[in-house]
Design a binder for this molecule. Sequence first.
Ligand code: GLN
Length: 196
Amino acid sequence: MSKRTVGVLGMQGAFQKHLDAIRACGHEALWVRDRDEVEQVEALILPGGESTTVGKLLDRWGLIEPVCRRAGEGMPLFGTCAGMIVMARTLEAETGQPRLRLMDLVVRRNAYGRQVDSFETDLSLPCLGEEPFRGVFIRAPMVTEVGEGVAVLGRHEDGIIFARQGNLLTAAFHPELTDDLRVHQYFLRMIDESSA
Ligand code: GLN
């Protein structure tokens, strides 16, 4: 695959590790904070953090329109954890927070409870091969319902934790907090599919 430029929205939360993961895959990583930078990238990652804050900053920085437009034109977009919440069309407990609302998902915030708000577990994600993927969950959401166009790529207990709708990918866990690059590599392959 030729060298690609992948953006990571860096407003709040765990964005540095995503930049590192893209570089470790051999591609250019761009820290994205404004509209011009959204236009420069071939794919974009929306990292974890606090979804209410991420949504407000997206709104304040005028990024909702350009990100939705580019995703609508086929640019691959990957939301992890809070990014999943921001990409979901519907929240079980709607808060009215600004969001992209791009994926046909119903999402439950803090789905694993506040008692055990962080945990790690081996996930079986067949699209990445047989080797389990170490899932790091931090006050993670889960998908409770998906629309017709959504492919479920992984589950943990009762919840869907990895899903794809065309050029849109989402994970409830934090692949950037492991050394395993397979989720980022999967996302990078989506760039070639979208430009094929
Ligand atoms: N619980 C956070 C929220 O609802 C998401 C946590 C995360 O991104 N690690 O926004």
